[in-house]
Design a protein around this ligand. Structure first.
Ligand code: AVI
Length: 328
């Protein structure tokens, strides 16, 4: 466990909303559906129903990443906290509601925790749980799109020796390797020189395991994917008929990533935001990629963003990795 300075008996919880009103959902959907190869950004999966479906995905027998990363945290959180060091401001990209964050905070005892997520309600719910479990913890919850440059709110009066960015869940895989480099440059700016990055990254493995993880027998991932169309109908006045699209997901070994699509079952017209979109039978909307890396491949990506690899924790079956890195 990191050796913290004396903590206040009761921490302060603050919440900041940096998300522009109505942000760019409509714009992004119209632009994505107008592309010659239709595509939608995966960050829009996560409305309330999408978050619930994602929680169900994490518990599926086929979806090994969550339970494997959690086991790595249970086994190595002490070593991870040693690596991050005492009096570390912990900045988490994602809602922070997970058991992984809980384990890390328990070990690290950071004076200040800054969860950043596009889902403001998820931030508030996570902050409430953590504030109750760790009454001494100061929390600056930030509702924002962390894929864009961001200036974080200060927290005066708390001694901070280092900033550490925590990005669990292999969400980095939802960027292409080139986008991941650009994104990690933002994370490096957040951490500052000498700051740390603790990041969960899914490893390359056989196609059969990967295909099953993204196309489960119970159809939960299919429901998660199709929920994006339901969200567009509800929030943007779209008229997608969900029964006329099917979930499609497969591992492309050459590219090293999972591709997830929504395939049109027939020729059809769909309306969103006053615009008309034509689908041919079999045409798809590309909704997500999920890159899988070897340890060396990910280290090379992170190095190009200005991080030096220091530690890697991997499970015995070599399914998942957690990397500890330092910003140059
Ligand atoms: C959030 N992200 C890391 C998940 C993944 O594995 O790429 C999202 C997901 N999509 C389908 N299943 C899970």
């Amino acid at each position: 466990m990191a050796q913290p300075q004396q903590r206040p008996a009761v921490g302060v919880v603050r919440f900041y909303n940096f998300l522009a009103e109505g942000h760019s959902f409509l714009e992004d959907v119209l632009a994505g559906l107008a592309l010659p190869r239709k595509a939608l950004p995966p960050k829009y999966f996560y409305d309330a129903a999408g978050c619930e479906l994602f929680d169900r995905i994490c518990a599926l027998p086929e979806y090994y990443p969550t339970r494997t990363e959690l086991a790595l945290m249970r086994e190595h959180a002490g070593a991870m906290a040693q690596f991050l060091g005492a009096d570390c401001q912990l900045i988490e990209l994602g809602s922070g509601s997970s058991a992984k964050t809980f384990i890390l905070i328990e070990q690290l005892q950071p004076p200040l925790y800054v969860p950043i997520d596009i889902a403001g309600e998820a931030i508030k719910a996570a902050a409430a749980v953590l504030a109750e479990a760790f009454p001494w913890l100061n929390i600056n919850g930030v509702c924002a799109d962390y894929t864009r440059p961001l200036t974080l709110p200060e927290f005066v009066g708390v001694p901070i020796r280092r900033k550490a960015v925590y990005f669990p869940g292999s969400t980095i895989g939802n960027f292409t390797p080139q986008e991941a480099i650009e994104f990690l440059k933002l994370a490096r700016r957040m951490a500052g020189p000498g700051g740390a990055l603790l990041i969960g990254v899914d490893l390359k493995k056989d196609k059969q395991t990967l295909d099953a993880a993204y196309d489960d027998a119970a159809g939960v991932t299919a429901a998660f994917n199709l929920n994006l169309l339901r969200r567009i109908n509800r929030e943007l006045g779209g008229d997608f008929q969900l029964g006329r699209f099917r979930h499609k997901a497969f591992y492309d070994e050459a590219k090293g990533w999972i591709e997830m699509h929504l395939e049109s079952r027939a020729a059809q017209l769909v309306h969103v935001g006053g615009e008309r979109f034509r689908f041919a039978a079999g045409e798809t909307i590309h909704t997500e990629i999920s890159c899988k890396y070897s340890v060396e491949e990910f280290q090379a990506v992170a190095q190009r963003a200005g991080f030096t690899p220091e530690h890697t924790w991997i499970d015995a079956a070599k399914l998942f990795s957690v990397h500890g890195m330092v910003a140059t």
